[in-house]
Design a protein. Structure first.
Length: 368
């Protein structure tokens, strides 16, 4: 995330805000309740729809227009609430509020929303979790981080500071839960982040996400690196890739890394996974948390996932919940504890209003 992109981000939002205010000026002069009602619902629908397309669908148009689509989404969404205020004002006072007052309200809401969301994206926080099990003979502490989307939405310094914090924690190991890079990450940036992750003074395990291999690179002019170059960068820095494979970290702790669901037939069915002793605590890492059947059939003690970014900005979390059960937080799926992380960053846009950017500090403790 460069200074120029921050500048572009704010300039686009300001420009869209000014254009919308100019377009609305004639309508607000009419002082009609029905105009405010229609305007309110249209803005909510347009703002939410553009946000959903940007994050969930990632359609070709959104990939190519980038910040512009999200700028429209933010401005339309924030500008809807003065219309709601005007509706109640008209019903109570029998007249509409002045256009200048509505513009000031819209400006304040947009400024607060944009500043909070932009600053929130640049603050990475550790989040502590504790799980107990009779299978464990020893205590373990590890760090799980996913959805870094390197150089997409955060500054390099923000990421460097977080990695330094993680190193100072001295965990037993680190798990990388996919989408460490994405289609906007250059080859040099990809190589750089794996050098930094490989330099952590503990074992590091990695699984693929749906963006790492730049499967949607054609939308923005082609992939920046090949799958072979990605693998070489990961393994060349001492990081272990797990693709439907296990790693016996200790006699009482086994790590299972799943291939991402975006790999299609390249992802094993649970019945084809390596045989794992039921006496060992099974820790599964799967980028996508929505594969409920796989979770039930794998019988993991704990699964860690990412992918959803907790929605990243309102109201996407609630839209995701309409179609998926596991968006953010702790869940119980059969006999498996499932935790879905909000991610250490977000996708592409330097903007997060839902949850925080977290890396997860997980404590596994023997059950007394």
């Amino acid at each position: 995330m460069t200074t120029f992109r921050y500048f572009l981000w704010f300039i686009l939002i300001i420009t869209v805000f000014v254009l919308l205010q100019l377009a609305e000026k004639p309508l607000r002069r009419k002082n009609k309740v029905w105009i405010y009602v229609i305007s309110y619902f249209l803005k909510i629908l347009i703002g939410t729809g553009l946000a959903f397309c940007s994050m969930a669908l990632s359609i070709s148009l959104i990939w190519k227009t980038g910040y512009l689509a999200m700028a429209f989404s933010i401005v339309f969404f924030c500008d809807a609430w003065p219309d709601l205020f005007a509706i109640f004002f008209c019903l109570i006072r029998k007249k509409a509020p002045g256009g200048k007052l509505m513009m000031i309200i819209s400006l304040c809401l947009t400024a607060v929303y944009v500043i909070y969301g932009t600053v929130n994206m640049q603050i990475i926080r550790p989040k502590e979790h504790t799980y107990t099990s009779a299978k464990l003979q020893h205590e373990y502490t590890f760090v799980f981080l996913s959805d870094l989307h390197y150089c997409s939405a955060q500054s390099e310094q923000t990421v460097d500071d977080a990695l330094e914090e993680i190193a100072q924690l001295k965990p037993d190991f680190v798990l990388l839960g996919g989408d460490i890079t994405d289609e906007y990450t250059t080859k040099e940036e990809m190589q750089s982040i794996y050098r930094k992750l490989g330099a952590l003074p503990v074992p590091v395990y990695y699984i693929y996400g749906n963006h790492d291999r730049q499967g949607n690179g054609d939308y923005i002019g082609g992939a920046k690196y090949t799958a072979e170059e990605l693998t070489a960068a990961i393994e060349g820095n001492g990081i272990t890739i797990l693709q439907d494979e296990t790693a016996a970290f200790a006699e009482d702790l086994t790590i299972l890394g799943r291939e991402d669901v975006s790999a299609g037939d390249g992802r094993c069915k649970p019945s084809a996974l390596p045989s794992i002793s039921r006496d060992s605590y099974l820790l599964t890492v799967d980028h996508n948390p929505f594969q409920e059947t796989d979770i039930l059939e794998t019988h993991s003690d704990l699964q860690l996932s990412g992918h959803s970014h907790a929605g990243q900005f309102f109201p996407l979390e609630y839209i995701y919940l309409l179609g998926e059960k596991y968006v953010y937080g702790d869940y119980q799926v059969g006999d498996t504890n499932l935790y879905v992380s909000s991610g250490i960053t977000g996708w592409f846009f330097p903007f997060r209003t839902v949850a925080h950017c977290n890396y997860e500090v997980v404590h596994l403790i023997p059950e007394k």
